[in-house]
Design a protein around this ligand. Structure first.
Ligand code: B3K
Ligand code: ZN
Length: 878
């Protein structure tokens, strides 16, 4: 709930004046008055002046007492502000005992210690620990923690914290205690405490060195039957990290707690991960295939943080991508190894382009390692996470799998137990491989999405093919000019029969394979391939080898050819995606909403449907039209409603032209076989439901029947929800939506799907419906999942209604941002990003959006979180 603050700058970093070796915490839990006793063993850091004050961070705390080396500190021996406890005179080493009182029930920001469904939960990253007790709340202060929790035995039978449980006992007045010791040094952001009524689903894993690790998943009573998938994901993640990176778990137990009230997906606290229940609980009747995939990757992500984040952590928050980019890369690799690598890659790239490219092109653009922030919680971004993971992927692409592993090994050898920087990671990669990665560092310091302009010239007489690659990068806030990046460009050359040509560059003695990675380092570079017998079609940026935009003047025929023949699955999908994007943008510019789909495009899509050798999951992705949001990014002065209408009309036109093939594929895949969750079954459902989604565009009795049947008879949520989504867009769909809401009225996670489905409806009256649903008994503005499902989905995914020309969508968003800001600034600030692209819409809407942004920034008492986002958005218009 902070006020707008001064920017904090990366270059102002200084080492901490004091270090903390040990922390002993005692929590006497009470809903409104929890007492926290903290005993800190401190020492002055080497090189710090003897008269340096000790400044401990603290927020929303009531200080009860402070003792220095056993003696109470008189009020004139310290100063207390809203943000800190300062002790001006400190000995070289000291023991400080601080007692504070906090009110978990009043904590609606869900940062620090709070209550969720009657249970105590903590969230300390990034700066939540200072809302628990006064502390050096920065990641480079690493200490050994012990935690004693005292609480009512009936209300809070389960008491958990980091590390290993070393003791427990009972006290008077029906109270009990448990003591935990974490043998590993850690920063305060990894501290966790959980207390409440939980049941545990348990499993185990034995590490190669013989340690038997208990895996315990704590959930509310009644949910134990939904933990199987998360448990097995944890086991798979442990085995994968051992095998792929030689990394073992290091405690006796790995605990996960699921909670309903959580600001994000999950949190990697040492030994005690806290998860949004959305990323733990699943069974086929309640969770979709996408939910199952999400659980697998989030469980893996948090588990992988134990090494990349916890054992080696960040020196300061500017280095956030050090742990997040790397851990996203690791979870993506895990999912690729477990499932389909191509599908995983395409899905990741789709997300990157839709959200990260938009961020990089907008008012919040920042480098992977930002240079300044006002509120660190605003920097858990697509850039830090997903672009950060692409940067890590590029090391692997440039150095090879073995080279990357060598770099990782050296990184852990050098830095285990330390708080380090992105430069340290890059140095480990460079030193382990004898590679020059100096220029590669620009990926961390320069914001914006680089553009590669590629030109290809075939010389038939000389049998050469010359590629000229020119790189550039647009200006971003605070960075007008950019220097060239070090970019891996993977490519192949195809002849007209679809055969891959051997690749030999001028000056090379022989061809080396048919797919290779060129390293770009200069603004313009030329590569001449020799012994090229035919005019090739280049397959460029294979596997999306760098987070860039690539421009090559492909003809429609080239794209159709690549869709059918490219060996690289990503490039094949990309050709389909580019072709559809091109067509949609043309139709938008020409205002075409009732013309048939061009024959060539229909034929290419039909070929995808008819290709029996194609992975159905890949076919499903190739058949899916680019999203409204992706198209939006390719245009200026956008009329979002026209854009939605154009996309919708192409979808309908395709459905009409492909009706027979869609129906055949649907019927072939709609086998009625009982639900299974495996790659093949998931792929089949994906393609089946893409077909159904197209068929639903056709106004005929047969499709109504297909939809109703699938909705009624599905034995799993994937199929049921797919049918319901299509039904909800039709005149005959209302009763199905009502039915679903009634059946699942007591299931919070399923009901979130129902809220989101209505919030994203393109049917008239969507905003009124969202407003009405805010009074639904299951809705609560205090619950982030509900806010995201209803309000977030409307503001961020319903382009049609959010951008209504009357401005009501914008006003609704601003009202909710202001309302939420008083309760939970992090969630309000996230929501405020729905205004980021305001300068890209046409002038009438632009003025409306600007007025709402101004209204938000003028709100008295607005948090620093929301102020930073809204004011940066506004500055894009100046
Ligand atoms: N490290 C946490 C995110 C914390 C967000 C703080 N606002 C989850 C993760 O990335 O794994
Ligand atoms: Zn993470």
């Amino acid at each position: 709930m902070s006020l707008p603050r001064q920017a904090i700058r990366r270059l102002d970093y200084t080492a901490p004046a004091y270090l903390i070796d040990r922390v002993d915490l005692t929590f006497d839990l009470d809903d409104t008055a929890t007492r926290v006793t903290s005993r800190l063993v401190l020492q002055r850091n080497a090189g710090t002046a003897a008269d340096a004050p000790l400044v401990l961070n603290g927020e929303a705390l009531v200080l009860e007492s402070v003792k220095l080396d056993g003696a109470p500190l008189l009020p004139d021996a310290y100063t207390l502000s809203d943000e800190a406890l300062t002790i001006p005179a400190m000995p070289d080493t000291a023991i400080l005992e601080i007692v504070t009182k906090i009110n978990p029930e009043a904590n609606t920001a869900l940062s620090g210690l709070y209550l969720s469904s009657g249970n105590f939960i903590t969230q300390c990253e990034a700066e939540g620990f200072r809302r628990i007790t006064f502390y050096l709340d920065r990641p480079d202060v690493m200490a050994k923690f012990t935690t004693t929790i005292i609480a009512d035995r009936t209300k809070y039978p389960v008491l958990l914290s980091n590390g290993n449980r070393v003791g427990e006992g009972t006290l008077d007045k029906n109270r009990h205690w448990v003591k935990w010791v974490d043998p590993f040094k850690k920063p305060a952001y990894l501290f966790a405490l959980v207390a409440g009524k939980f049941v545990a689903a348990t499993g185990s894993h034995t590490t190669p060195s013989g340690r038997n690790v208990a895996i315990e998943i704590y959930v509310e009573p009644g949910n134990a039957d939904r933990c199987h998938h998360a448990l097995s994901a944890a086991q798979k993640a442990m085995a994968w990290d051992e095998q792929r990176f030689g990394l073992e778990y290091d405690l006796d137990a790995y605990m996960i707690v699921a909670t309903n009230d959580f600001n994000m997906g999950a949190m990697e606290n040492k030994g005690l991960n806290v998860f949004n229940s959305k990323y733990v609980l699943a069974k086929p009747e309640t969770a979709t295939d996408a939910d199952f995939d999400g659980i697998e990757s989030v469980v893996a992500h948090e588990y992988f943080h134990n090494w990349t984040g916890n054992r080696v952590t960040c020196r300061d928050w500017f280095q956030l991508s050090l742990k997040e980019g790397l851990t996203v890369y690791r979870d993506q690799e895990f999912s690729s190894d477990l499932g389909s690598r191509a599908v995983q890659r395409i899905q990741n790239v789709r997300g990157l382009r839709e959200y990260q490219f938009a961020e990089d092109a907008g008012p919040q653009a920042h480098p992977v390692r930002p240079d300044e922030y006002q509120e660190i919680n605003n920097f858990y971004t697509w850039t830090v996470y997903e672009k950060g993971s692409e940067v890590v992927r590029m090391y692997a692409t440039l150095l090879g799998t073995d080279g990357f592993r060598k770099g990782m090994d050296l990184y852990f050898k050098r830095h285990d137990g330390q708080a380090v920087s992105c430069d340290d990671f890059r140095a480990a990669m460079a030193d382990a491989n004898g590679a020059d990665l100096e220029q590669f560092g620009r990926w961390y310091s320069q914001a914006g999405t680089p553009v590669l302009d590629v030109e290809g010239v075939y010389d038939e007489a000389a049998q050469t093919y010359t590629l000229t690659v020119t790189q550039s990068c647009p200006a971003t806030p605070g960075q007008d000019t950019k220097l060239p990046f070090h970019i891996p460009l993977a490519l192949g050359l195809l002849d007209r029969r679809g055969q891959e040509l051997p690749l030999q560059l001028e000056g090379e003695p022989a061809a080396t394979g048919t797919s290779r990675v060129l390293a770009l380092r200069e603004a313009t570079q030329t590569f001449t391939f020799i012994n090229v017998p035919y005019h090739p079609v280049p397959s460029l940026l294979r596997d999306f080898s760098a987070p860039v935009k690539l421009d090559y003047p492909y003809s429609d025929d080239d794209l159709v050819f690549l869709m059918a023949h490219d060996n690289d699955a990503f490039a094949r999908w990309e050709a389909a995606n580019q072709y559809a994007t091109r067509l949609l943008l043309q139709r938008y510019r020409n205002g075409e909403t009732d013309t048939p789909a061009p024959e060539k495009f229909v034929a290419a899509m039909a070929a995808v449907l008819n290709d029996t050798r194609l992975d159905p999951a890949l076919a499903a992705l190739m058949l899916t039209l680019p999203s409204d949001a992706a198209l939006f990014e390719a245009l200026a002065d956008v009329d979002p409603q026209k854009l939605c209408a154009v996309r919708q009309s192409l979808k309908e036109a395709l459905a009409r032209s492909l009706r027979p093939q869609l129906l055949t594929t649907y019927q072939k895949l709609n086998t009625g076989a009982p639900y299974r969750y495996d790659g093949e079954a998931v792929a089949g459902r994906a393609l089946k439901n893409v077909c159904l989604d197209y068929l639903a565009e056709l106004d005929e009795p047969l499709t109504a029947e297909l939809l109703a049947n699938q909705y009624r008879h599905a034995d799993n949520m994937t199929d049921r929800l797919a049918a319901l989504k299509a039904l909800a867009q039709r005149d005959d769909g209302e009763s199905f939506v009502d039915d679903f809401g009634k059946i699942w009225q007591d299931d919070a996670l399923v009901l979130d799907k129902w809220f989101a489905l209505q919030a994203t409806s393109s049917r008239p009256g969507a905003l009124s419906q969202v407003q009405a649903l805010m009074s639904h008994p299951a809705f609560s503005i205090r619950n982030p999942n509900k806010v995201r499902a209803l309000i977030g989905a409307f503001c961020q995914q319903n382009l049609q209604h959010f951008h209504a020309l009357d401005g009501y969508g914008y006003a609704f968003a601003a009202d909710r941002i202001i309302e939420l800001d008083k309760l939970n600034p992090q969630i309000a600030a996230r929501l405020a990003s729905c205004f980021n692209r305001w300068t890209r819409v046409e002038p009438v809407r632009r003025a409306l959006m600007r007025a709402e942004l101004e209204r938000i920034t003028r709100e008295p008492g607005l948090s620093g979180d929301t102020f930073e986002i809204a004011s940066k958005a506004l500055s894009a218009g100046t």
